[in-house]
Structures are given as C-alpha cells and as structure tokens.
Write a protein that binds this ligand. Structure first.
Ligand code: FAD
Ligand code: NAD
Length: 405
C-alpha cells in the first residue's frame, strides 16, 4: 500500500514543532514526511529585534534546519512556495511541485502596511534575517556617514519607530542600548541622536497591563525615546514621515531611518491560493483544519483562532504557533492511523514577557507581574525553552542565552 505523504510548508516555530513531534510519533513505514522552507535555516523570529538593532549577531538567531530534523524520516527541501493548489493537492514551488495527502501550512506572517503610501519603499521591517541585517547595516551607515559630510545632516541621526506594540517596544529597548555604542564607535555626539516612537492608539502596548506599560514607557523615555501617542503614520517619503494626530494638521518629521513595526498579517500565499481569509489569516476549525479541506491544516501567524472568553482572535505569537504544532502532529498521526476523532486545540497561555533590552523587561507570567532584571531573566528562560522544545539540550547549549547580570 502507498504510504501517505505529509507535507509541511514553513520551518518557523509552528512548522518545525510539527516536524519534530511527527518524527517522534510515526514510524518510517507509516508515512513520508516532507518539510519545505525558503532557507536552509530556521530563524528565531522572536529575537529579530536584537539582530535588527545590532545587539546580537544575526548568526546567533538562526540555525541549520538539518541539525534538528531526523533525516532518516524527514525529507528537507529548500525551496520557496509559490501557491497551493488545494483541489489537485499540490504545492507549487519555485523549482517544481510536490503532491500531498496531508498539508500543514506554517508560512508565518508578513508586515501589514495598511496601504500607507511609501512604507513599502522607504521603511524598514523586522520580519526575517535579511530585513534585520539590512536595518542594522542601514543604521550603522547613517552613523558612519554623519562625520563624512562637511555640512552635517542631523536628520541622519533621527530614528523613527512606527508602532508601540510588542515588536516596536522590544526594538526600542535594544536600540537604546545600541546607540551609545554606535556614538562611541563613530565619534557622534549622543545628544544629537533622536529616537521617536509613533503610536496611533491612545497608549503604548494597547491592551497590556497599565502599570507595566508605565514602567516600560518611563524606562525607555529615560533612555531617550520620545513617544508620540495617539499619532498615526500617514505616509513615508525617502527622507521623512508624515504623521497626523486627530484633527491637527499633518506634519512632517525628517528621519534617516524609519522602522515599520505596526502590525502583521497572514502570508500572502494564503489569499493567492484562494483560501477564505481575513488579512491573510484563515479561521481554522477547532482541530486546526481548514473548513471544507479535511487534509489541510493551518497554524501560526497565518491561522486565526478565537479566544472564546472575549470573542476576539488570539494575537499571533510563537507560543501559540508551537502549541498548535504539537496538536497538529498528534492529529495527523491519528489520521494516518484511520482514527476519526481529532484533538481540539485550546491555547494554554503561559504569559507574556516583553523585553526592554538585554537587562530589562516587563511581563505577566502565570498571572504574576514582573519587571526589571527578574523579567529579563524570565525572557531568557522563555527564549531557551523554545530552543529546547525543538532541538533539545544540544540546541540550547549551542544557541541559548546564558548571560546573567
Ligand atoms: P515563523 O516562525 O515566522 O516561520 C515561518 C517560516 O516560513 C519561516 O521559516 C519562513 O522563512 C518560511 N516561509 C515564509 N514564506 C515562505 C515561502 N513562500 N516558501 C517557503 N518558506 C516560507 N511571539 C511570542 O510568543 N513571544 C515573543 O517573545 C515574541 N517576540 C517577537 C519579537 C519580534 C521582533 C517579532 C517580529 C515577533 C515576535 N513574536 C513573539 C511573534 C512570533 O515571532 C510569531 O508569532 C511566530 O514567529 C509565528 O510563527 P510561525 O511558525 O507562524 O511563523
Ligand atoms: P501589533 O499589531 O501588536 O502592534 C502594532 C501597533 O502599531 C499597535 O499598537 C497599533 O496601534 C500601531 N499602529 C497601527 N497602525 C499605525 C500607524 N499608522 N501609525 C502608528 N502606529 C500604528 O504588532 P506587533 O507589535 O508587530 O506584534 C505582532 C504580533 O507578535 C502580536 O501578536 C504580538 O503579541 C507578537 N509579539 C509578541 C512579543 C512578545 O511576546 N514579547 C514580541 C513581539 C511581537
């Protein structure tokens, strides 16, 4: 009898978790497993703010996919998914195509620019290793160029971060630690540097604990960040952004670096492949399958799961993507063993820790609020835990974070 073929697309948190769990759960004679990813490496998306600010080298945030998969059970294909033909049960790749019996879509998310003019062209994003490396290089270029010019252009030293969600705040935490190093390295007066964070909502980190938000804001302000709250980015130009606040006349802020960290959407492959989606995210069934497609699972940032307590979608996180990966692995193992009862996914929220730089953070863990060094330590525990869950103690030793203050 022909073995069923399980194809997993995307080797981020959700896809890798599915793969490493499946390779443990099923035998070589039970099914073929194929993992497809654009790069031959996995990157820790949750560490990209560090690589972007230059506080952590980008090689520290990635590792070889082949190091964590069981190559006797999983066939790894490095290629880019172009489209999914769900009727023909095929994944179309840049260099070929692959048929499947069961498909796990774990392609992650993309930056959401809401159609705002100029953002795609002129703002930097924190989305993958390439974009992080480019942003770090760009900031460094601005500092390196500043003293080369006879007529000093102070705007080179203005950095704007759009969005004070978790990504924007974590990046600001790293940036404020990196700036003094850059000033020292490039002989730039620290007082000339301006860091501005523009947030459309009436508060930083909308929806998060107000006491922790106040702590984060005061720590970042102390390190030189100016917050423009209730102010939206309306446009980006090659050397500025246009911002608007309520009824006020929009104004221009000249800036050498603009970072867009104001939202994510599902992967565009989802809509391109004809799945019914909201901003690229598919509302999946409780067993994580796509309604109407019993052989297709979607997890991670391209999926949408409702938090029944508040009747709103859970925010897309690595935590949820990994938990979904575990459930999908068990559900696929059940399906290939002809079981019809599938497990229902329920999110087990372990908490949230938002870093404010290597030495500081805020968080709510198991319902308890934490700040400062304790929270920063907890952030490292969370980071190491995700390495452990995918690659065991060996990966933690190789890539883990151990510096304690
Ligand atoms: P990803 O982990 O993004 O993986 C997607 C994979 O698919 C990637 O390997 C990518 O290369 C691949 N891929 C994409 N398109 C294609 C294609 N066309 N063909 C082939 N391969 C493709 N969440 C938390 O829970 N805790 C945190 O502390 C946290 N911190 C964050 C910090 C930052 C700076 C950011 C940006 C996000 C953070 N998040 C955090 C959110 C979290 O990173 C995401 O929710 C998580 O990465 C989603 O996992 P995923 O498996 O869906 O996708
Ligand atoms: P987000 O959607 O959570 O926050 C985006 C912010 O940008 C919002 O505060 C929004 O009001 C603001 N915004 C939107 N349009 C704007 C505009 N035109 N001008 C100015 N501000 C604007 O996005 P994110 O911070 O990238 O987070 C994405 C996901 O990743 C979330 O689910 C988040 O929970 C998760 N994440 C988690 C962590 C963590 O747990 N430590 C870290 C980073 C990201």
């Amino acid at each position: 009898m022909r073995k069923p073929k399980i194809v997993i697309i995307g080797a981020g948190y959700g896809g890798l978790m599915t793969t490493v769990r499946l390779q443990k759960l099923i035998g070589v004679n039970e099914a073929d497993i194929v993992l497809i990813n654009k790069n031959d490496y996995h990157y820790e998306t949750t560490w990209l703010h560090e690589a972007s600010a230059g506080t952590l080298h980008h090689d520290k945030v990635r590792y070889d996919i082949r190091d964590v998969i069981d190559r006797s059970k999983v066939d790894f294909v490095q290629d880019t998914v172009v489209e999914i033909n769900k009727e023909a049960k095929k994944v179309i790749l840049e260099k070929g195509e692959v048929e499947y019996d069961y498909l796990v879509i774990a392609l992650g998310g993309e930056s959401e620019t809401f159609g705002i003019k100029g953002l795609k062209e002129y703002a930097f994003g924190i989305t993958n290793v390439n974009s992080s490396r480019q942003l770090r290089e760009h900031i460094e270029y601005q500092f390196a160029t500043y003293n080369m010019e006879e007529e000093k252009n102070d705007n080179r030293l203005v950095l704007v971060v759009g969005g004070a969600g978790f990504t924007g705040i974590e990046f600001l935490g790293e940036l404020t630690n990196r700036i003094p190093e850059l000033c020292h390295e490039y002989d730039v007066d620290y007082h000339k540097v301006k860091i501005i964070c523009v947030e459309a909502a009436p508060t930083v980190l909308p929806g998060f604990d107000p006491e922790l938000v106040n702590y984060a804001v005061s720590q970042l302000e102390r390190k030189g960040v100016e917050f423009l709250i209730g102010t939206a980015i309306k446009e980006a130009t090659p050397d500025s952004i246009i911002v608007g606040k309520g009824e006020e006349e929009p104004r221009e802020i000249k800036a050498g670096t603009v970072v867009w960290a104001a939202g994510v959407r599902g992967n565009s492959i989802i809509e391109k492949s004809g799945f019914e989606a909201m901003r690229g995210r598919v509302k999946v069934q409780l067993d994580l399958r796509v309604p109407g497609f019993d052989d297709v699972f979607i997890i991670g940032d391209s999926s949408l799961v409702i938090n029944e307590e508040i009747n709103r979608p859970y925010p897309p996180t690595a935590q949820i993507a990994m938990q979904q990966g575990e459930v999908v692995a068990r559900n696929i193992a059940a399906l290939i063993r002809n079981k019809t009862e599938l497990e229902t996914f329920t999110f087990d929220n372990k908490g949230t820790v938002c870093s404010l730089g290597e030495d500081d953070a805020i968080g709510v863990v198991f319902g308890k609020k934490i700040t400062g060094a304790k929270a920063a330590f907890m952030k490292k525990v969370v980071d190491n835990r995700s390495l452990f869950m995918i690659g065991g103690a060996g990966l933690v030793l190789k890539k883990g974070k151990f510096k304690i203050f």
